[in-house]
Design a protein around this ligand. Structure first.
Ligand code: ADP
Ligand code: MG
Length: 323
């Protein structure tokens, strides 16, 4: 156990061997009678992209604010790379990048000036601020807009500028609050590429969303948040859905689907004469079922998976997870 580097071809994690990048124990934070965090326990490994998924109001932003050293907890502790953000906020600010769900625009500044300003705020040496701003504009594909006032940028471009701002000081832990919300599919792919690139550089990324499928492509693990608590952390490849439930497909045909489905002996529910929801474990089985239906002269026009892996997992957890 003295050297674990042989099995994993990843950049060295930013925290010492075996120590999670982020850990919280019994974290609590209330606003009046609202318990935004209510005993939040989580441990997130270094060098991974973790999706923080939960409904609106479940406590994601409150958690991220505490981790970023911008809000104090009422109870419990947090640590990032071994540093407690409540006791040592300035040290945490040095290693943590923070992208809020909404960021002030400083409308009169150009994109370049905006990043220079944050370089100054993060105390980069004066002679490094302009080169770093240029490097970041290149990284996020905003070089052509370096001289454009921030207020003229599109939502996707503003998000990329906000992302650039959050990594101006080359943090080892990056906290992104709902960065994909309101982005069109192309802008989301650009964001995914930026996030994956941070991971390749060895950065630990935590990225929140209330839309489950939004983060599926960019994350390695998922922490489910529900009413101020963490309901479990799963590697994306091992979500409970893959082992505990088959996938559900929406089937529609021109003409009745019932006789054929009945004869084939699969698990299905009737929606209407021409529609059914079928439970199928794998894509191969779904393709085989379509072939068998067609062989029985069923004119299939739709066979669509319902929800994504994350949605299935969250729903499964919601039904089974409460004691
Ligand atoms: N500054 C605040 N003042 C009062 N209530 C707050 C404040 N911040 C958050 N809350 C409440 O705490 C709960 C959790 O909020 P939040 O952490 O923003 O959740 P999420 O980011 O998951 O939507 C919500 O009920 C919210 O209204
Ligand atoms: Mg929020």
């Amino acid at each position: 156990m003295s050297d674990s580097s042989t099995a994993i071809t990843m950049p060295p994690p930013p925290s010492p061997d075996g120590m999670p990048a982020i850990r919280t124990e019994g974290l609590g934070r209330s606003f009046g009678s609202v318990h935004a965090l209510n005993g939040f326990d989580v441990s997130l490994p270094a060098g991974e992209v973790c999706a923080l998924v939960g409904p609106n109001g479940s406590g994601k932003t409150t958690l991220l604010l505490i981790l970023a050293g911008l809000l104090g907890p009422d109870r419990g502790t947090a640590s990032l790379g071994g540093i407690n953000p409540t006791d040592h906020p300035f040290e945490v600010h040095r290693i943590v990048g923070w992208m809020p769900d909404f960021f002030g625009t400083y409308d009169d500044l150009t994109s370049f000036e905006y990043l220079e300003l944050f370089g100054a705020a993060y105390k980069l040496p004066v002679n490094q601020r302009a080169p770093r701003a240029r490097e970041l504009l290149h990284l996020v594909g905003l070089e052509p807009l370096a001289s454009s006032p921030v207020h003229t940028l599109s939502r996707g471009q503003k998000q990329r500028l906000g992302f650039a701002r959050s990594i101006v000081h080359s943090p080892t832990i990056l906290l992104l609050d709902e960065p994909a919300s309101g982005l069109d599919p192309r802008a989301r792919i650009e964001l995914r590429d930026l996030v994956r690139r941070q991971k390749r550089d060895g950065v630990t990324v935590v990225i929140s969303s209330h839309i489950l499928t939004e983060l599926e492509e960019m994350s390695d693990i998922v922490a489910f948040v529900d009413r101020g608590t963490c309901r479990g952390v799963y590697p994306l490849a091992e979500l409970p859905s893959t082992s505990t439930m088959g996938r559900r497909y929406r089937l529609r045909a021109l003409g009745s689907v019932e006789p054929a489905l009945g004869a084939l002996g699969c698990t299905w529910e009737r929606v209407s004469d021409e529609r059914a929801v079928v439970e199928i474990a794998t894509e191969e089985a779904a393709a085989d079922l379509v072939a068998q239906l067609v062989a029985r002269s069923v004119r299939v026009v739709e066979m669509t998976p319902i929800g994504g892996g994350l949605e299935d997992a969250f729903l499964a957890m919601d039904q089974g997870g409460r004691s």
